[in-house]
Ligand binder design. Structure first.
Ligand code: B4P
Length: 194
């Protein structure tokens, strides 16, 4: 794994919608003490607060579409700048397009930082749909309806999957089987990080 000159551990947690990025991030931040940057969580907080950004994001998110690159890039940029003394970052749900990945690499480079590795959670689409429909019943998220789930998976295939190739080309991609018990998957991630 590549650690930058400032010895920060910067992990991209990657995967399709419902792969368990948020679930595994929670465990990783506890053990590794990294700063958690989840664009999904930040956007949902903006939505709940009814900010102009949240209102703009709401209709896109509820349709399963991506929020514009410049919006999410700006959100991440300010949070990196505010946490330069941290042990490192977990980027959860970001980058979701190649343009976001290029922007992330560039903004880290301006602080002499870089991505250490990308953990890609691999989960079959049937399992993703089952998980998200279950979450819809538990949490009532408007983007977890069957039609919107189909759209989110299509957006993932069209726009997000090429991001894995971007980090594979840099020798940073680690694929992890994302099916099984949550602790079992977490152990696989730890093995991949070691
Ligand atoms: P996110 O919040 O990133 O949502 P996600 O992909 O659905 O979630 P995740 O993979 O984290 O799944 P989770 O752990 O919750 O994005 C939501 C929306 O925000 C996007 O559609 C987009 O509109 C917008 N957005 C976010 N980032 C953006 C960006 N960078 N650019 C543009 N737009 C952006 O797990 C899902 C469910 O599975 C949970 O219920 C969990 O309990 C369950 N689960 C987890 N692991 C399991 C396991 N091992 N077995 C069984 N169930 C499991």
């Amino acid at each position: 794994m590549q650690i930058d000159s400032k010895q920060m551990l910067n992990i991209v947690l990657f995967g399709p919608p419902g792969a368990g990025k948020g679930t595994q991030s929670e465990k990783l931040i506890k053990t590794l003490g990294l700063v958690h940057l989840s664009t999904g969580d930040i956007l949902r907080a903006e939505k709940e607060a009814g900010t102009p950004l949240g209102l703009k994001a709401k209709s896109l998110m509820d349709q399963g579409l991506l929020v514009p690159d410049e919006v999410v890039i700006g959100m991440i940029e300010s949070r990196i700048a505010a946490n330069l003394g941290a042990k490192g970052f977990i980027f959860d749900g970001f980058p979701r397009t190649v343009a976001q990945a290029l922007a992330l690499d560039q903004m880290l480079a301006t602080h002499q930082l870089s991505i250490s590795c990308m953990i890609s959670l691999e989960v079959a689409f049937d399992e993703l749909k089952t998980r998200l429909i279950k979450r819809a019943q538990e949490q009532n998220r408007p983007d977890d309806t069957p039609e919107v789930i189909e759209k989110r998976i299509q957006v993932y295939l069209d726009n997000t999957l090429p991001v894995a190739k971007h980090y594979e080309n840099q020798g940073k991609l680690r694929a992890v089987n994302g099916i099984g018990e949550i602790d079992e998957i977490y152990n696989r991630i730890q093995t991949a990080l070691n």
